[in-house]
Design a protein around this ligand. Sequence first.
Ligand code: NAD
Length: 275
Amino acid sequence: MTIPTVQFNDGNSIPQLGFGVFKVDPAGTERIVLDALEAGYRHIDTAAFYDNEEGVGAAIARSGIPREELFVTTKLWNDRQSGDEPLRAIDESLAKLGLDHVDLYLVHWPAPAKGDYVNAWQKLVEIRDAGKARSIGVSNFLPEHLAAVIEATDVVPAVDQIELHPAYQQRDVTDYAAARGIRIEAWGPLGQGKYPLFEEEPVAAAARAHGKSPAQVVLRWHLQQGNIVFPKSNSPERVRENLDLFDFALTDAEQAAIISLERGGRVSAHPNEVN
Ligand code: NAD
């Protein structure tokens, strides 16, 4: 199995499918990430806020997989955006991960009420230039936030990691990003289980037609849309199921039918409300 890669605007590449560890409990993280690495995942998405960077690092060390074969993302939390705090925060994350650099470092939320996200982005540029992050990007940024950081630095984020699933496709953000070469990472790719996505007829019909699970259909839809995804599961069977996406393809009609499930339905917080 070969996982396709997506190229960033800085020339680096990311495996399009990875494994996310939001709400993976710190004590169990090493085991579940090791299982994911053994199953074939090579891209892990964590964050300082998830409180499980140490478990991710322990799994990487135990796996014996050469560092250059792995892609590790972590994120700067909102309370570390001011002054030189981001420079300290990356060092803390690297120490927990047991790494000398991450492949991608993100500003986790714009937290606009704090007014520090442009400063945070300027510090991420320094972190990249110091070799501690190969690529840098943002998460939960709306077009106005993207415009502000680009204006301040002339450095265009490699990615914007946003809530994106069939009922909430954020066309305004994805169009803005596409026009500037910013890749989209879709978080909550399965809608976080918060609405009956798997029972929607276009998803169920495609699952029947291809002999795949509804979750596999939705993940395949993301890949064909060009999104980078890293579904989370605590179950070893689902971890393997979510990797098994490369022996079928949705037709253009199936892809379009899932696009038509757009309902403007955010399942999580609005970016301006997380501060
Ligand atoms: P998700 O849409 O991946 O949903 C996870 C849920 O789907 C879990 O309840 C899981 O049990 C279920 N699931 C997984 N595989 C399944 C399968 N094959 N069949 C049936 N159900 C299945 O949501 P998520 O975990 O929130 O998002 C994925 C990753 O995105 C996270 O782990 C994290 O890395 C990242 N994330 C980032 C942010 C951010 O603010 N940047 C926010 C949330 C999540």
